[in-house]
Design a protein around this ligand. Sequence first.
Ligand code: PRP
Ligand code: URA
Length: 207
Amino acid sequence: MAIHIVNHPLVQHKLTIMRKKETSTCEFRELLKEIGMLMGYEVTRDFPLKEIDIETPVCKTTAKMIAGRKVVVVPILRAGLGMVDGLLTLIPSARVGHIGMYRDETTHEPVFYYYKMPAGRERLVILTDPMLATGGSACDAIRRLKADGYKNIRMMCLVAAPEGVKRLQTEHPDVDIYTASLDQCLNENAYIVPGLGDCGDRIFGTK
Ligand code: PRP
Ligand code: URA
């Protein structure tokens, strides 16, 4: 069980612009995509390599290739979609699954509405959702993935609250968390403080 805080200056700079309330939908969406790609470097950092024989224009040599680590990127709808394109830029061969859930506005409990995964339960799942607040959505999504046969799962978010991290680490200690920030707390509406507001609404311009 580990939490990886991706504190690369580019990620931190872009996240700060995303947090500002005056940042436009268009810019917000583009920044999330870029951060998705930059965080992809960290999520894939320990992928195993193998040596292969190649020939450059100069000579024969051995060089490194990724040793068959197959990936499925799984966004939690809607906001998780914002990190998918960045990851696919890095890992073009990845498959994409989808898990649909939204938080009930009163209870803050996740409400499930969609599940679709490609074939291949041996694949590494990179579950994306920019906001890890209470952790309810992520924990439910991971429970479904495990029940469906997935064993290797990594959680990629953007902003995490301590409450969500604690819950995820308790319920799914085998799942590593990658985040650009560990924020202060949740407010009375279970929004992350300071956070960046409602991420889905900011990506899709629905408010
Ligand atoms: C947001 C966010 C997470 C969830 C996090 O989704 O994208 O899925 O809330 O909160 P939790 O950790 O307390 O479960 P939201 O319900 O706003 O749905 P949307 O992405 O469709 O807007
Ligand atoms: N979902 C969001 O989009 N933002 C939060 O701060 C918490 C949950």
